[in-house]
Design a protein around this ligand. Sequence first.
Ligand code: SAH
Length: 289
Amino acid sequence: MGRFLSSASLITTATIACSEPPAKVVASSAEEPSGAGKVEQSETSRGGSHEPRFAQGERGAEPPRAASAPMTTNDPSATYRARLVEQIARRSEPWPGERWDPRVLEAMRTVPRHAFVPGVSFSLAYDDMPQPIGNGQTISQPTVVAMMTQALALDRNAKLLEIGTGSGYHAAVVSMLAKEVYTIEIHESLATNARETLESLGYRNVHVRHGDGYAGWPEHAPFDRILLTAAPPTLPDTLVEQLAEGGILVAPVGPAGGLQQLVRYRKHGGKLAEEDLGAVMFVPMVRGE
Ligand code: SAH
């Protein structure tokens, strides 16, 4: 297998305000996520005794909500998550001129990232770094997940399409702030794993499809929000067509293996206005067979 790309890392601090020295906060673009073999197995995640569950009443027809989905009080991963969120919030602005939305931080504090990266310790799962998830793909750096989630400006009525399910973690985070989440993954085994993880944790408003995100999900279009977690060289027309009027699309756009720009697009009168949110590095959005 080739090198992992350091998916979804912040690359510069020039365009993204950062209150800490870059070495502490910014994942290096040359970072190669370490394999699961190096970690302490005593703290393993999926299926382990520490796996958090939503409290009984939270797992019915209603999706989990940031305000009302407490983890069980004896959940040892909560401490790691709280520390991660403190670290994210230390970057006082997700991008210049923007303050962190407490709802986004609460979602980050609630979703058990370790359940989406099986076989790694809590400390690695809650490190602000990408981690390998199989098929040469990575789960994004938590700070980037938080930034992109905030950039989507979600509300509880939003129908969202995500391209690049990966582990399902980012889908879980946005599902806490949206109504329905439709997510597409090109690798079948990743789609299957993500579906199982999301189901086992009770995220009932996330729908996973194995397929090529370049086609979008026409049966459920238009979408109020679209999130790309793999980088296309240019924004795919099909996805722009599937974005509702007044909708927001957040995507890393740029060359495979190089620096990309994280862009927020808003659709008004059929036209797109764009806002540059900083330099990032994501795995490429590949074309299906
Ligand atoms: N959001 C994920 C991480 C995404 S990594 C998480 O939270 O874990 C990017 C993902 O995009 C990879 O899993 C990759 O397989 C997927 N991908 C790449 N090209 C794609 C395409 N054309 N359609 C759907 N998924 C794609």
